[in-house]
Design a protein around this ligand. Structure first.
Ligand code: ZN
Length: 478
């Protein structure tokens, strides 16, 4: 038997999450507390994500760059809210060899300041705009809460886009375009339904005018911020002196955006779909989409093996990520469990019976569906994988929507959040004070405010009774 999962997802989601990720060899602990290792199977999910997103960014004209991983303190301090937030979250380098440095250097917690220092030299005229840059890097934030694989670590992998424009409208348009790309990625590749909205005053990025968020809801009615896209206005261009000469030969400050999506999205997907047997991966993010398992032990072995290889080669030609496990030391039953643990979307069995009938037996990981595929119709497997992908998204969407409760009743709001019975949507005043009190009482915070104007659920705030400004979604953060 393959190593089975002992923790039950329903009973102990964190224990289950760790066990699945370790046993499926997605990640591992390292000797540095709060820093994890991405093993090949896990890193490949990130590579697949990068490939999809990088193409989308480049279609918008975004170019990739690389900036230093260390940021001098005086740069980080140029924007007031930014330093206030990140001085406590950053990891600081204070020594160079055995000499104390004159100035502390932060290991980038995010790169606005070091990049904008350069932009002030690079941007001179309206002809230099828009400037659309992105970098694929790691960042370090000294998390003090208990860390978790993918979801809350001291280091994570992400991309950060940094764009400069002539007008506010262009910047706004860019921030919105990007958060829409993030949504497409989350839904098309990860099969996780995601919501676009705005962060509250309290929750927005330190230094932003406004922050678009891509929010997802998790089992147990938790929420997680999958990605963000910020409209920075001129909050950074003023202290960093990023100015351009317009067509009338007058100096103007640029309008900026910054946006990022991280490896957290992988953790979210694992939480959404995994079960007590292990990972359940949507085909589009799965490092192995099809596992071929030959059923050996008869006189037909040689024929079975050569046929398995032929099938593998044909699927490779169709662009499928396929693996043939022809290891003779482990039994088919062991392999079945192993690849179920690894969440491989579909397995194909090749045995004596199958070859006689000119077909393959298949099993779908997601819903356990079993059936046969004709050997002369192997290309139908591509269609089948697409079908699994859309089925996963649709079922997840149904689940998520059924967990959202619209309310105008304060008691229902409070107990619903406290006990994580629902994700609550209610009319809200939006004040930081009100949000602090909600969090104190329920452990939940506002997740997002719908970006499009909506009719108010009530004209009074669900919690403090003051005038409501918009509707908002509330949930505990994972
Ligand atoms: Zn209020």
């Amino acid at each position: 038997m393959a190593d089975s999962i002992k923790n039950k997802k329903e009973k102990d989601v964190i224990g289950w999450f760790n066990e699945v990720l370790l046993k499926a060899k997605v990640v591992d602990f390292s000797s540095v507390k709060g820093f994890s290792v991405y093993m090949p199977y896990g890193y490949m999910m990130w590579e697949i994500s990068q490939k999809y997103l990088d193409k989308k960014f480049k279609e918008l004209g975004v170019e990739n760059v690389y900036f230093p991983s260390l940021i001098p303190e005086h740069l980080l301090a140029k924007e007031e809210k930014h330093i206030e937030h990140f001085s406590v979250e950053a990891a600081w380098v204070t020594m160079g060899g055995d000499k104390k440095l004159d100035e502390r250097l932060a290991i980038r917690p995010t790169s606005e300041t070091i990049i904008y220092d350069s932009l002030s030299n690079w941007i001179k005229s309206y002809r230099d705009l828009p400037m659309l840059l992105n970098q694929w890097v790691n960042i370090v934030r000294w998390e003090t809460k208990e860390t978790r694989f993918f979801l809350r670590g001291r280091e994570f992998l992400w991309q950060e886009g940094h764009c400069a424009f002539r007008t506010e409208e262009e910047a706004e348009g860019n921030a919105l375009k990007i958060v829409k790309i993030y949504k497409e990625f989350m839904e098309e590749i990860m099969a996780v339904p995601a919501f676009i909205g705005l962060k509250s005053e309290r929750e927005k990025f330190a230094g932003a005018d406004k922050s678009y968020t891509l929010e997802v809801f998790l089992p147990g009615n938790y929420a997680s911020q999958a990605a963000t896209s910020h409209v920075l206005g001129t909050n950074f261009s003023k202290p960093f002196e990023i100015k351009f000469l317009n067509e009338k030969n007058e100096w103007e400050y640029v309008h900026q955006t910054s946006w990022g999506i991280s490896t957290r999205t992988i953790g979210v997907m694992v939480l959404e779909f995994g079960d007590d047997k292990g990972l359940v991966l949507p085909p589009k993010i799965a490092p192995i989409q099809i596992i071929i398992i030959p059923i050996l032990g008869s006189r037909a072995d040689e024929k079975i093996l050569s046929e398995s290889k032929r099938i593998r080669d044909e699927l490779l030609k169709l662009g499928v990520r396929v693996k043939l496990d022809d290891d003779k030391d482990s039994s088919p039953g062991w392999k079945f469990n192993e690849y179920e643990l690894k969440g491989v979307p579909m397995r194909l069995e090749v045995g004596e019976k199958e070859l006689l009938n000119g077909e393959l037996t298949y099993k779908v990981r997601f819903d356990g569906e079993k059936g046969v595929i004709k050997l002369d119709k192997l290309d139908s497997i591509v269609e089948k994988l697409n079908l699994i992908q859309s089925k996963m998204l649709n079922e997840q969407r149904k689940k998520t929507m059924s967990n959202i409760k619209i309310t105008n009743n304060k008691d229902e709001f409070i107990t619903g959040l406290k006990e994580r019975k629902y994700i609550l949507k209610a009319a809200w005043c939006g004040s930081e004070k009100c949000e602090d009190k909600i969090e104190e009482e329920t452990s939940a915070s506002s997740r997002f405010i719908p970006a499009d104007k909506e009719e108010l659920i009530s004209d009074k705030c669900i919690y403090c009774g003051e005038k409501a400004r918009f509707n908002a979604y509330f949930a505990q953060s994972f």
